[in-house]
Every structure is written in structure tokens, then in C-alpha cells.
Design a protein around this ligand. Structure first.
Ligand SMILES: [Fe+2]
Length: 375
């Protein structure tokens, strides 16, 4: 067999090329939008692409699956329950796809998304048992996929993970992400084993109730342009430009720049509404980063824009996206609302609740972004 993991540093995603070296048939799982990168891999080894599989409808990056399948005359595959507007081959639980001697066996593992599948790779001449499993955003390294990206369910994730943990210890685990916003505590390694995760992943030692609580409280903010990206991957919208694909230079300014900004400047707070309600710089306008692309019309293009978030990372990425869209007069507030508060400056709040915020900051949520900030 041939197996290659392809890591995308920009979004923290992993895609996979699996092929039979006997029949030269290949499958690609979770391809990135940069589909050209797979062509030399296929051509150099004389592989024919039979299947393009999306483990689920992604919400954090644009999938290249439709384009890749169309370009190569391959079958586009998703779980049979996937609610997308375009034609695809629906895969059922336990169904097997053949690549020469290899078997790709589908396991339905909902939780992150209802249609999410994991794929067992079996090479019968070597062993009747699977040697590896591609887990999409179910089991991640040191973590599991979060359940709030549309139709997800923490309890279903518990069941799915329990099911995966019944696999033998030696089975190698290849997830859909090594970092990025689909989890909150990913280790950073691109692969693991069932046995290692069973022993050392803190989530996997929890009973159902604490597991569900852990997954539904303290989640990272929804990713940049999630609304547009998820709708595009479903076929409901066509907004491939919603993915941040460049890193344009953006001025990072201190909180004092808010005071000295021209009167017509817009202070754009890209945090989630519940964070905004707990306290924001007076006069700020709330537009969560997840909705930037779909609500771009609400942003005045002819006025200076300062983006702000909790501590500076989401606002940097948002400012980069606005620059990518051709908006020139945009800067980001380094240190964000946390720096504003730390300087003893007053905030406006519409929610005085003292309970812990549901939204948390995570070290690994911001794949591809500059990492000097943590927000
Ligand atoms: Fe995902």
C-alpha cells in the first residue's frame, strides 16, 4: 500500500492519500482547497484516483473534494446522512470501499457533525485487522472534535469515541486536524495510536456527564468565516474567497490608538456576542469573526477600521481577511479588550452575569496565524 499524510499549516488540517501499489487505485480523504498539490503525487506513481472522501462537511476550511473528484472523474463520497445540495455517493456504516487489495471500512462516528465518518484501513495480505483509522474530527490527538459546528452532539461524540476505543491498541490514529479550531486541547502531533490515547488523553477517562460538560463549556470561539465556509461546503453558498489564504501585513496598534482614532473610525469587535455583552470598549460594533464574510456588507469600507478581540489574535486574522478583501485602512488592536481592561479603562456591558464565560481561549486554535499573541 501507499499512504501519505499531507499537513496544511495554514488551517491545521490533515488530508490523506491512500493507494494500492498493486492496482494503482487511490483515494484522497479530506482534500484541501489547494487540489493541485495532489496531482504530482498521483502522477509520479501512476495512481488513478477512484474516491474522494470528505469525512464530514467542514466548517473551518473550504474543502477541495468536489473540484478534485470532478477533475479526476472520481467518486465523491460522504456519509449517506450528509445534507449537501450536490450529488455524492452516500456511504453507509460498515460499508467498504476497495482499492485493489485494500479495504476502506466506514464507521459512522457522529458528534462533531452528524454525518462524520471515520475510515478503517485494512490491508488483508498483511493482516485481517485494521492497522490504522482516519478519524476526521472525532478522535483527535489528546482531544476530540468540538460539537458546536452545526448539528453536533457531545453525547453522540461520547458514543463515537467509545466505539473507536474498542479498536486494538496498535491501531494508528490519523485525525483531520493537528491544530486549529475544531478542538481546544490538541497535542500538536499529527498522529497517535488508540492505545496511547486510551492511556493518556484526559477526556477519554471521563464518564459521559463530565465528558459532555467538558465539551459544551469552555469552547473556543467559532472560527473565522465559519458561516460562509460551512454553507459553501454544503453547496448552499459559493464563497470560496471566505477562507483566509494570505497573510497580508496589518498594522498592530496599542489601545491608545482607539483614543486617537479619527471620529469616523469603526472599532470592530470580532468576539462572540456573549463575550461582547460581558464587556467591550465603549462604542465598539460587534461582528463575530465567524460571520465576517457573510456580513461583509455591514462593514463601512470608506472609514478607518480598527479590529479588536479578547487579546489580539482573532482581530489580527480578521484584519488580515479584510485586507485580503481589498479593504486597505484597517489595523488591529494588539492586546485587545484584555489590554484595555488591564489599563484600567472602563467597558460597557449588557450582561452582568458572573458565571464563567462559555468561550475560552485556546493555545492551538489559531493555526497558521502568527503566534506571538494567544488570544
Ligand atoms: Fe471539522
Amino acid at each position: 500500500m501507499y499512504f501519505k499524510q499531507i499537513l496544511d499549516e495554514r488551517c491545521g488540517c490533515a488530508s490523506y492519500l491512500i493507494a494500492s501499489r498493486q492496482s494503482h487505485e487511490a483515494a484522497i480523504v479530506d482534500p484541501s482547497i489547494d487540489t493541485d498539490q495532489y496531482v504530482p503525487l498521483l502522477q509520479e506513481r501512476g495512481f488513478t484516483l477512484r474516491y474522494v472522501i470528505d469525512t464530514h462537511v467542514h466548517a473551518d476550511h473550504i474543502s477541495g473534494a468536489r473540484r478534485l473528484a470532478a477533475e479526476h472523474g472520481a467518486e465523491l463520497c460522504l456519509h449517506e446522512s450528509a445534507k449537501v445540495t450536490y450529488p455524492f455517493r452516500g456511504l453507509a456504516n460498515s460499508e467498504e470501499l476497495r482499492l485493489g487489495q485494500l479495504r476502506l471500512r466506514v464507521i459512522h462516528t457522529p458528534g462533531h457533525r452528524p454525518e462524520l465518518i471515520s475510515i478503517l484501513v485494512i490491508n488483508p495480505p498483511r493482516s485481517p485487522e485494521p492497522s490504522m483509522v482516519l478519524t476526521g474530527d472525532s478522535l483527535l490527538v489528546g482531544d476530540v472534535g468540538r460539537p458546536d459546528f452545526g448539528g453536533g452532539d457531545a453525547s453522540a461524540q461520547f458514543e463515537s469515541i467509545s466505539r473507536l476505543l474498542r479498536l486494538p491498541d496498535w491501531v494508528a490514529v490519523f485525525p483531520g486536524h493537528f491544530e486549529g479550531p475544531c478542538g481546544k486541547g490538541m497535542c500538536g502531533r499529527p498522529s497517535t495510536t488508540i492505545g496511547f490515547e486510551r492511556l493518556y488523553s484526559p477526556l477519554l477517562h471521563m464518564d459521559r456527564d463530565p465528558f459532555v460538560a467538558e465539551l459544551t463549556n469552555g469552547i473556543p470561539a467559532r472560527p473565522l468565516n465559519m458561516t460562509a465556509i460551512e454553507a459553501t461546503n454544503r453547496g448552499a453558498r459559493d464563497m470560496p474567497w471566505a477562507m483566509l489564504t494570505s497573510s497580508p501585513a496589518v498594522d498592530e496598534v496599542g489601545i491608545e490608538a482607539i483614543d486617537s482614532a479619527p471620529p469616523n473610525a469603526v472599532l470592530l469587535d470580532v468576539r462572540e456576542p456573549e463575550e461582547f455583552a460581558r464587556g467591550h470598549v465603549p462604542g465598539a460594533l460587534n461582528l463575530p469573526q465567524a460571520d465576517l464574510a457573510t456580513r461583509l456588507d455591514e462593514i463601512p469600507k470608506d472609514r478607518p477600521i480598527l479590529t479588536i478581540c479578547q487579546s489580539g489574535m482573532r482581530s489580527l486574522r480578521s484584519a488580515q481577511f479584510l485586507r485580503q478583501q481589498g479593504i486597505q485602512d484597517v489595523a488591529t488592536v494588539a492586546g485587545g479588550t484584555a489590554a484595555w481592561r488591564a489599563a484600567g479603562r472602563g467597558v460597557e456591558a449588557t450582561d452582568a452575569d458572573s458565571a464563567p464565560l462559555r468561550i475560552t481561549e485556546s493555545e492551538w486554535t489559531h493555526a497558521g496565524a502568527r503566534t506571538t499573541n494567544t488570544g
